[in-house]
Design a protein around this ligand. Structure first.
Ligand code: NAP
Length: 243
């Protein structure tokens, strides 16, 4: 039986475009109350907000998520206004296309922070609220690079391995409290990010952001005893069963 998500409150990070925007719009169409958290490009975030507000209630907090004070303040303010929190979708991320020998300590720290540290501490911040929900879930948008090393993506790959690592630990710590952790690990989604990291790929055969929104909807609306830990996806032009 499908679970209704109407009036559940969800935080989506990095909803200014790409996967985050598609997921936020889908959550709004499903009747969820939206908290759009973080984004440096305010114009793009405003566009998402306008889209989402066609269907649902929405609070928006533009800003740099690596500022953990901002993150903490925003969550507290949002929960004060919404009253509760049921779902967290850690989507914001960044990547680079840098040869191993050219990676600087600054680039290493920046990518590790956005892709692993920020979702870690955001999740930590949200847990007291999620514990009060009857069907709490955290969805982390990981990557196939969390399972394999791709050339020019050493730090990105390390950050997604790290994200998947703590996702597994947190899932084990909290499943008895009825909080579910899920990872979605795609490869090759047609967004601004992939245009930078894989300029060699053409849009044909790539995964679309709406495909990820479909998976999010499926996970959240099928809260049965068959629990999905991770879903891995590859673009249709890539050989199956490889990461
Ligand atoms: N595209 C792919 O092929 C692919 C494959 C596997 C996994 N993923 C993952 O999917 C997620 C979404 O990526 P996407 O493909 O949709 O790329 P995208 O369009 O570039 O979206 C990334 C989002 O993260 C936000 N963000 C980045 N750094 C931030 C920061 N410091 N503070 C606040 N927001 C920040 C960006 O906001 P601003 O632009 O406003 O800063 C943007 O909205 C990422 O975690 C990515 O690693 C993507």
């Amino acid at each position: 039986m499908q679970k209704s998500l109407k009036d559940n409150t969800v935080i989506v990070t990095g909803a200014g475009g790409g996967i985050g925007r598609a997921v936020a719009e889908r959550c709004a169409r499903l009747g969820m109350k939206l908290i759009l958290l973080g984004g440096n490009n305010r114009e793009k975030l405003r566009e998402t907000e306008t889209l989402v507000k066609e269907y649902s209630f929405c609070l928006t907090y533009p800003g740099d998520l690596t500022d953990l004070e901002f993150l903490s303040r925003s969550v507290e303010n949002a929960i004060e206004k919404c009253g509760s929190l049921d779902l967290l979708i850690n989507n914001a991320g960044t990547a680079a296309n840098t040869p191993f020998e050219k990676v600087t300590p600054e680039e290493f720290d920046r990518i590790m922070a956005i892709n692993s540290k920020v979702p870690f501490f955001l999740t930590q911040k949200c847990l007291p609220y999620l514990k009060r929900s009857s069907a709490a879930a955290v969805i982390n948008i990981a990557s196939v690079t969390g399972h394999a090393g791709y050339p020019m993506q050493s730090v990105y790959s390390a950050s997604k391995h790290a994200l998947l690592g703590w996702t597994k630990s947190a899932a084990s710590e909290y499943y008895k409290e009825n909080i579910r952790f899920h990872a979605i690990s795609p490869g090759g989604v047609y967004t601004d990010m992939v245009k930078v990291t894989r300029p060699d790929l053409s849009p044909e055969g790539m995964i679309m952001p709406e495909d990820i929104a479909d998976i999010v909807e499926f996970i959240l609306t099928h809260r049965s005893n068959a629990v999905i830990d991770e879903i891995m996806l590859h673009r249709s032009g890539k050989e199956p069963f490889l990461v």
